[in-house]
Design a binder for this molecule. Structure first.
Ligand code: ARG
Length: 459
């Protein structure tokens, strides 16, 4: 393709380091779409004859069918997807194929293909997250008033509702979707026509190719067009944040399903067995989601380091952007799919969740709040009195504050009345937390109703 200037062919190792066809053949649809839009524009502008333009369109359609059928002869000698398709076109239609590359370069071609691929994949990731959010909202609805321990420092802190816990992830994933959509908007400009770097002397119509490829506009600066990869950096960093969120839920699944917590059980379809210990049910998918988050975040870093300090415009370093990006999207989609599968079939154990919520005097704050509200005690003092009550409960071997005799309370603070005792159950504790955004079942149900509406789930 570029042999005119050379007498000898490349060294084998040179070919091996230079070729990207193994990776970038995945962009064949985008490459053909880009070439068809470019050729149609060249024809409309009178840069190509109608006859050549028609031959190119036909040839590219045939090549698309050939690739789709798995019959395309990919060759490492032709480096990348762009040269493979162009060479095949000339093989098929002759002379006209050699005119396709008029007024463009592989530099704007690859930038265009890659943007198209990333844009499509952003939409796929966005839709996958929407699916997962719907599952979590349905589970939150079904478990709106199930009581579980809320943790800080992984120590029992206060009782919360399972519905509230699940909806926390829905909020995170909603922001992850916002980030993916914002990245889509930033990627929504077309580099095609930037040519090698400086633009082209041919009377091309960049608005036409941008529109034909579904971009809202052409990129305004040709140097930026071929050199910039921030759309991919932003995509991977957005995926990395989403993957980190998935990894937190994955970690909770690992904890919840362990024989020490016994909060939940994964379905058979989402559990694995041990080859030696017949009793084991392992949460492998959740563990792998944790691992994928590491790889996605690392790929985001790698891509940033590839672009870091790269002078304008294109340099071959940028060829390595694609493997990182493809791998990150694959890992993300797999993770979301596995999380959706686990979360739609997981069985929670209401009794174990509730029992664990009572551990560690989890309603102590409710006693302190009562002292503030009913005795007008300053909160810091109420905190101190409550601490003394917890200490007394421990000394009496009583596991829950609501089971402690009134006399023990009154020995510490004589103004405490029997009215406080029923408020110290885990049910009363969650019901009391009805502030906006709080864990009370009524607040959870309001959020479920709002989210059902926003996510298109029928009530
Ligand atoms: N395979 C190359 C890449 O992915 C295409 C662009 C090559 N451009 C060049 N001037 N060698 O980056």
């Amino acid at each position: 393709m570029w042999g005119g200037r050379f007498a000898a062919s490349p060294d084998e190792t040179m070919k091996a380091i230079n070729a990207s066809i193994d990776v970038d053949q995945r962009m064949w649809r985008e490459d053909i779409a880009g070439s068809k839009a470019h050729a149609a524009m060249l024809t409309a502008q009178g840069i190509l004859t109608q006859e050549d333009g028609a031959a190119i369109q036909r040839g590219l359609d045939e090549i698309a069918a050939e690739i789709a059928a798995g019959a395309f002869p990919f060759s490492i000698d032709l480096e990348d997807i762009h040269l493979n398709i162009e060479a095949r076109l000339t093989e098929r239609i002759g002379e006209a194929g050699k005119r396709l590359h008029t007024g463009r370069s592989r530099n704007d071609q690859v930038a265009t293909d890659f943007r198209l691929w990333v844009r499509r994949s952003l939409t796929e990731a966005d839709e996958a997250l929407l699916g997962l959010m719907r599952i979590l909202v349905l589970q939150a609805d079904a478990h709106a008033d199930w009581i579980m321990p809320g943790f800080t420092h992984l120590q029992t802190a206060q009782p919360v509702t399972l519905g509230h816990h699940l909806l926390a992830y829905v909020e995170m994933f909603a922001r992850d979707r916002d980030r993916l959509q914002a990245t889509f908007a930033h990627a929504d400009a077309c580099p095609l026509g930037s040519a090698a770097l400086a633009g082209t002397p041919y009377p091309i119509d960049r608005q036409a190719t941008a529109t034909a490829l579904g971009f809202s506009r052409p990129m305004a600066n040709s140097l930026d067009g071929v050199a910039s990869r921030d759309f991919a950096m932003e995509a991977l960093n957005s995926l990395a944040i989403g993957a980190v969120h998935l990894s937190r839920l994955a970690e909770e699944i690992v904890l919840w399903t362990s024989s020490h917590f016994r909060f939940a059980r994964l379905s058979d379809g989402w559990s694995t067995g041990s080859s030696i210990m017949p009793q084991k049910r392992n949460p492998d998918a959740a563990e792998l989601i944790r691992a994928k988050a590491a790889r996605i975040a690392a790929n985001a870093q790698s891509l940033m380091m590839i672009v870091k300090a790269l002078p304008l415009t294109y340099a071959k370093d940028l060829q390595d952007d694609k493997a990182l990006t493809f791998e990150a999207f694959d890992a993300f989609l797999l993770s979301v799919g596995a999380m959706a599968g686990m979360m739609s079939t997981i069985q929670f154990d209401r009794g174990n969740l509730r029992q664990a919520a009572t551990f560690g005097y989890s309603t102590a704050t409710d006693l302190a709040d009562w002292l503030v509200t009913h005795l007008n005690m300053p909160f810091r003092e109420a905190h101190h009195v409550t601490g003394a009550v917890v200490k007394a409960a421990e000394a009496h071997g009583v596991a829950e504050l609501c089971d402690l005799p009134l006399s023990v309370f009154q020995a510490i603070e004589p103004r405490i009345t029997a009215a406080v005792i029923p408020l110290l159950s885990v049910e009363a504790s969650v019901a009391a937390r009805a502030s906006y955004g709080g864990t009370a079942p009524e607040r959870v149900r309001e959020n479920v109703a709002r989210l059902r509406d926003e996510l298109g789930l029928k009530a």
